[in-house]
Design a protein around this ligand. Structure first.
Ligand code: ADP
Length: 176
């Protein structure tokens, strides 16, 4: 759609070597943690945390970009998703994460970006709702993108993958 390929795959966000920039489901202080942040910082090495230090803290919905360090990707975009039911309005803040990350990548002239299911782990966002928000934000932002050609959603489990596939279909977005 709009010359942009949208993919939904099961896998590890830290193992997407053919993608220019991967998105981190970060914490406010941009520190290594559990889940996605743990996997990304673990693969990137300590240089990533060092670079992050100058950019922290960030607010829910905000996105900042760093280098990829030891990752196979040139860049990482760190998004702070909302804690479900605490950071309000949660839906708007989660949509902001996807929109801001896409805009940041596009402004940097990058062609491919991979997202995890931001906020659906420790931050407690229900998977089906989060998938609908993500799909809606991608659909609304896509027409404004000039460089992005590939958007990949990387889900950890088969169940999460099915929920995101369904949300993309409901939004009328192409998938593969
Ligand atoms: P948040 O704090 O934003 O909720 P988490 O990292 O706790 O972020 O989890 C976000 C989602 O990413 C969860 O659905 C979790 O199952 C999934 N996840 C955890 N590790 C990985 C990984 N290495 N690659 C892709 N997805 C992951």
């Amino acid at each position: 759609m709009n010359r942009i390929l949208i993919e939904c795959v099961q896998g590890d966000i830290a193992h997407q070597p053919d993608i220019d920039v991967i998105v981190n489901a970060a914490n406010a202080r941009l520190l290594p943690g559990s889940g996605v942040a743990g996997a990304i910082h673990g693969a990137a090495g300590p240089g990533l945390a060092e670079e992050c230090r100058a950019l922290a803290p960030i607010e829910p919905g905000q996105a900042v970009m760093t280098g990829g360090h030891g990752l196979p990707n040139d860049h990482v975009i760190h998004c702070l998703g909302p804690v479900y039911g605490v950071d309000q309005p949660s839906g708007q803040l989660l949509a902001d994460c996807f929109r801001h990350a896409l805009q940041l990548a596009d402004q940097a002239g990058l062609e491919s970006i991979a997202f995890p299911a931001v906020s659906t782990g420790v931050f407690g966002y229900p998977l089906t709702e989060a998938a609908a928000v993500a799909a809606g934000a991608i659909r609304e932002t896509m027409p404004t993108l000039e460089h992005i050609r590939r958007i990949r959603l990387v889900l950890f489990t088969a169940e999460d993958l099915a929920a995101f596939r369904a949300a993309l279909q409901d939004s009328g977005l192409a998938q593969s």
